[in-house]
Design a protein around this ligand. Structure first.
Ligand SMILES: Cc1ncc(COP(=O)(O)O)c(C=O)c1O
Length: 420
């Protein structure tokens, strides 16, 4: 045998080797436990696996492919930019990123944008900016970051520490300091904790990974007031709930509460990795030249794609259709909850970010239900062990909603049947 042989490859280079789900276990760092289905092609909400089976995708790659897989306008934006200019590095700016920055600041409260490659990086930039801003304006004592229990802000050491889920920080100590967690939607606790030493309060307007839980309007308004009173910056993490998912371009617009910093990623690139941190001119000034950066952030390819995505999503007709589709899907999921009261207690969420909450007797079994759905040809997500999460592309049709609901019902029947 070739001394360089590795399992799952059929020659030393691995060039034309057949790869399967098993290859994952042989050569990948085991940070994930992916499904046995290996997607090879997708269009719109249809996705085909290695074995040729077709699936209806109600995950959108975890709130990413908002315009559907291989959206022709987005593909064209990527293709034409690929013929022009891929990458120049931050010693130069480029036309696509300038156009994107103009468009995204015109569309939001923000006056300045910082581009990066992921949600975690957008949040990392936001937390660093908040610390730097407070340090310069008030002094080093104002360093505490307050976030919510069950929140999720990414996987860098800073963002997992700010995130409110201990399971993601265990074993990674020592952790960044001066970070406090408060119960989501609890105004009294926020009032007790947001004091003079707080530089930033970060919140997901709709908690995603934490179980698809919308903030109450009163809560976000209270956080705004508490931040104003204490000189802390209010950061909205809209990595999952932003870019049209709630039926507004950004969820803050629907709430009528404006943050000081907003982070966005996921659907911004429809699958091309890109993230952004948006803020005001005054706050942005705390990041002077060299204070922060990334090689790829605002690269022409990512920026050209993101601009096209923003232009498509940010129209009244597109956003109105998201709200209409949401109403349709939510109504049909509500009917499932009523028909399977032993399994589910409620549907919650916002727009096309919906969660079905498991009842007492089925706690911990969301993954089994998502597997049963996959078996029927429907891809859905979970949000923790007790919530089945649906995040279809925002271009989902009423016919696809009906089809998904039928497949989900079939999956529940199979899940509940004693033969299973
Ligand atoms: C609200 C929120 N913030 C941040 C992140 C991290 O984004 P990324 O995985 O692109 O780093 C996620 C990812 O699920 C998220 O849902």
């Amino acid at each position: 045998m070739d001394a360089n042989y590795k399992p799952g490859t059929d020659d030393a280079s691995g060039a034309a080797a057949p790869v399967t789900r098993k290859t994952f276990d042989e050569v990948m760092v085991p940070t994930y436990a992916p499904s046995t289905l290996v997607p090879v092609r997708a269009l719109g909400l249809d996705l085909w696996a290695q074995d040729g089976k077709r699936y209806l995708d109600f995950t959108a790659g975890i709130a990413v492919t908002a315009l559907g897989h291989a959206n022709p306008a987005v593909v064209e934006a990527l293709r034409s930019q690929a013929d022009q200019l891929w990458h120049v590095g931050n010693g130069y700016t480029n036309e696509p990123v300038l156009r994107l920055a103009l468009a995204i600041t015109q569309a939001t409260f923000a006056e300045r944008a910082f581009f990066c490659n992921s949600g975690a990086e957008a949040n990392e930039a936001a937390f660093k900016l908040a610390r730097k801003y407070a340090h310069g304006k008030f002094g080093a004592h104002k360093s505490r970051i307050v976030s919510c229990v069950n929140s999720f802000h990414g996987r860098t050491l800073f963002t997992v520490t700010v995130g409110g889920q201990a399971k993601y920080t265990e074993g990674f100590e020592p952790l960044p300091q001066d970070i406090s967690h408060i119960a989501f939607n609890d105004i009294e606790e926020a009032r007790a904790v947001i004091g003079a030493d707080v530089c930033a309060v970060v919140v997901e307007p709709v908690q995603g990974e934490g179980g698809v839980v919308p903030a109450t309007p009163e809560y976000l308004k209270a956080l705004r007031e508490l931040c104003d009173a204490s000189g802390a910056l209010l950061i909205f993490d809209e990595v999952q709930c932003g870019m049209g998912r709630t039926g507004d371009l950004y969820a803050y617009m629907g709430y009528g509460v404006t943050p000081d910093i907003l982070t966005t990623a996921k659907a911004l690139g429809n699958g091309y990795p890109v993230g952004a941190m948006l803020t005001t001119t005054e706050i942005a000034a705390a990041f002077s030249v060299g204070a922060h950066g990334t090689t790829y952030g605002g690269n022409p390819l990512a920026a050209a794609v993101a601009l096209k995505v923003l232009q498509i999503i940010n129209t009244p007709a597109f956003l109105a259709r998201v709200k209409q589709a949401s109403q349709n899907l939510r109504g049909k999921l509500q009917a499932i909850v009523e028909d399977y009261p032993q399994v589910f207690t409620e549907v919650r969420g916002s727009g096309l970010m919906l969660g079905m909450v498991l009842a007492q007797g089925y706690l911990g079994r969301a993954k089994e239900i998502s597997k049963a759905a996959e078996h029927q040809g429907l891809m859905v997500l979970i949000a923790g062990p007790d919530v089945v999460r649906l995040l279809p592309a925002l271009v989902v049709s009423d016919a696809q909603i009906e089809q998904a609901v039928q497949l989900l019902r079939a999956a529940l029947d199979a899940f509940l049947s004693p033969a299973q």
